[in-house]
Design a protein around this ligand. Structure first.
Ligand code: PXP
Length: 241
């Protein structure tokens, strides 16, 4: 069965909108695990727009499944990862101005630096995954860097507007998964996956884990909203004179 990594960054996004204590992504991780999540994923961005250092430190102590830290291959963040020791690191490209991770990591262009990080993580018992586009050159470079996993960026598939484009992107991912397996890489995927488009992705060959964030947190807002309003309304009813 394909396993589920729940990305809880957007719980922190709501908290950071007020710079307050709620909603706490640490609570979110516990609820996700109780509901069956196989992995908790957080992205510690250089600009700290959502997840904070404190979150990752506490999550390291509380997460009982697997803690996957998404991060740029940048020394200050590497130092944090080596200190906190998540179970897995997923190296992603990162630009400060982007809304989310907009493309895969260019492993081929940064092979030496990435290979060095993969080795440092391995020495510290941390598995490395590389977030890449389903591109043969990137897969080959990822295997040469010694990464255990690659995570295919499914954004192009998720954003395809027509049935034909969707089928084409799915075929690219299918062929890429086969190539990755031949190269000895284990295969994860994520980005832009939702309750509809995930179905075909579950059927990709060799797929092990999907990392899904935005659509789960979005759905949680609506599945929880009526209860939240009811609770507030109950207080007003009870307390009004
Ligand atoms: N995988 C990686 C490597 C990501 O960077 C992200 C977004 O933070 C996701 C998965 C989850 O994407 P989404 O929030 O669109 O489900």
């Amino acid at each position: 069965m394909v396993t589920l990594g729940v990305n809880i960054d957007h719980i922190a996004t709501i908290r950071q909108a007020r710079r307050t204590y709620e909603p706490d992504p640490v609570w979110g991780a516990a609820i996700a695990e109780l509901a069956g999540a196989d992995c908790i994923t957080v992205h510690l961005r250089e600009d700290r727009r959502h997840i904070q250092d404190r979150d990752v430190r506490i999550l390291r102590q509380t997460v009982q499944t697997k803690l996957n830290l998404e991060m740029a291959n940048e020394e200050s963040i590497i130092a944090i990862a080596l200190d906190i020791r998540p179970d897995q690191v997923t190296l992603v490209p990162e630009k400060r101005e982007e809304i989310t991770t907009e493309g895969g990591l260019d492993v081929a262009a940064h092979a030496d630096a990435i290979a060095k990080s993969v080795q440092r993580f391995r020495k510290n018992g941390i598995v490395t995954s590389l977030f890449i586009d389903p591109d043969p050159a990137q897969m080959k470079a990822s295997a040469e860097c010694g990464a255990e996993f690659i995570e295919f960026h499914t954004g192009k598939y998720a954003n395809a507007q027509t049935e034909k484009d969707t089928a084409e992107e799915l075929e690219i991912l299918t062929q890429a998964a086969k190539t990755a397996h031949r190269l000895g890489l284990r295969v994860n995927a994520g980005h832009g996956l939702n309750y509809k488009n995930v179905q075909a992705i579950c059927k990709l060959p060799y797929i092990e884990e999907l990392n899904i964030g935005h659509s789960i947190i979005s759905r949680a807002v609506f599945s929880g909203l009526s209860e939240a309003v009811r609770e507030m309304k109950d207080i007003l009813r009870r307390e009004s004179v």
